[in-house]
Design a protein around this ligand. Structure first.
Ligand code: ZN
Length: 262
C-alpha cells in the first residue's frame, strides 16, 4: 500500500508542479518542463515496463535451467487457437495460455481442451481493457475476479497466474493480486507478433534473442489472425529442441488448495 500511496503522491506532485508557472517567466517554464518530464517519465516507466518489480512483483523466467516457456495471450480464438493446439500436440509441447474471460466464456470448449491436454491457463482479465492502468479500483477488482471465476468454471480449478493487458501495471495491482491469490507472470522475450508480418523476420527475432529459462510472449488471437505465428512455430520449436531446450509451462498446474485434478 505504501508504494501505491507513493505513486499517487508522485502523480499529484507532477501535476502540482504546474502551479510553479505562476508568476510566469522563462526560467520557471524551464523548471516546470524538467519537473513534469521527470515525474511523467518515472510514472511511465513504473506503469509500462514489463519486468519492473516496483508496482507488482513479477516473474519473467522459469526456474529450470535449459527450459523455455511459450505463452499465448488474448485467446481463445475459435479458429486459430484449435489450430495452435493441434500443432502443439503434434510437437508434444505444453504451453501457457493467458485467456480473456469474455472470449473464454464464448468458447469454453477450447479452453477446456487446452487444460485437458496439459497446458496451463492464466487470467488475462475479463475484457482486456486497453487502459488497464487507469481503471477504477472497483473495475480493476472486477476485471481480475471475473476473469478468474470464468477459468474456474471452465477448468474446474482456480488459476494461480495473471498477466495484464499489454503488460500494463496499475498502482493497486499488487494488493488486488494478493487478495485474489494470483502471481504476475511477465516475459523476457516479446515476439512482437502483433506487429511483425514477415515470418522470417519474426522467427529470427525470437531465435536470436532466446536464452535458457526465458518466458516468450506470443498471441493466439490477433485482429489480423495468427497465420504468421502458426507458420513459424513448428520451425522455432524444432530449432530450440535441437539447441537442447525443453518446453515447460510458465507455472504449476497444481492449485493453491491441492492437486489440479480436483
Ligand atoms: Zn493481451
Amino acid at each position: 500500500m505504501a508504494r501505491s500511496a507513493f505513486f499517487l503522491l508522485l502523480f499529484c506532485a507532477t501535476n502540482a508542479s504546474l502551479v510553479l508557472l505562476y508568476p510566469f517567466s522563462l526560467a520557471r517554464l524551464l523548471l516546470v518542463a524538467v519537473l513534469y518530464a521527470l515525474g511523467t517519465g518515472v510514472m511511465l516507466y513504473l506503469l509500462f515496463h514489463p519486468r519492473n518489480q516496483w508496482l507488482v512483483s513479477n516473474r519473467s523466467q522459469v526456474e529450470q535451467d535449459g527450459c523455455i516457456a511459450l505463452t499465448f495471450d488474448d485467446g481463445p480464438d475459435p479458429v486459430d487457437t484449435p489450430r495452435l493446439l493441434d500443432l502443439l500436440r503434434e510437437k508434444n509441447v505444453k504451453a501457457t495460455f493467458f485467456v480473456v474471460g469474455q472470449r473464454a466464456d464464448r468458447h469454453p470448449e477450447i479452453v477446456r481442451r487446452a487444460w485437458e491436454e496439459g497446458h496451463l491457463i492464466g487470467n488475462h482479465t475479463w475484457s482486456h481493457p486497453p487502459l488497464f492502468c487507469f481503471l477504477s479500483p472497483r473495475r480493476l477488482r472486477s476485471e481480475i475476479e471475473r476473469g478468474a471465476e470464468c477459468i474456474g468454471r471452465i477448468c474446474g480449478v482456480r488459476t494461480r497466474y495473471f498477466r495484464s493487458p499489454i503488460g500494463l501495471r496499475h498502482p493497486l495491482l499488487r494488493s488486488v493480486l494478493q487478495e485474489a491469490g494470483l502471481e504476475y507472470i511477465s516475459w523476457r522475450i516479446r515476439s512482437c507478433d502483433t506487429m511483425i508480418r514477415n515470418p522470417n523476420f519474426l522467427a529470427r527475432r525470437i531465435l536470436s534473442n532466446v536464452a535458457s529459462r526465458d518466458i516468450i510472449l506470443m498471441h493466439d488471437r490477433l485482429p489480423k489472425g495468427t497465420q504468421v505465428t502458426l507458420e513459424i512455430l513448428p520451425g522455432i520449436i524444432d530449432e530450440l529442441k535441437e539447441r537442447g531446450f525443453e518446453f515447460v509451462l510458465a507455472g504449476s498446474r497444481e492449485t493453491v488448495h491441492g492437486h489440479a485434478d480436483l
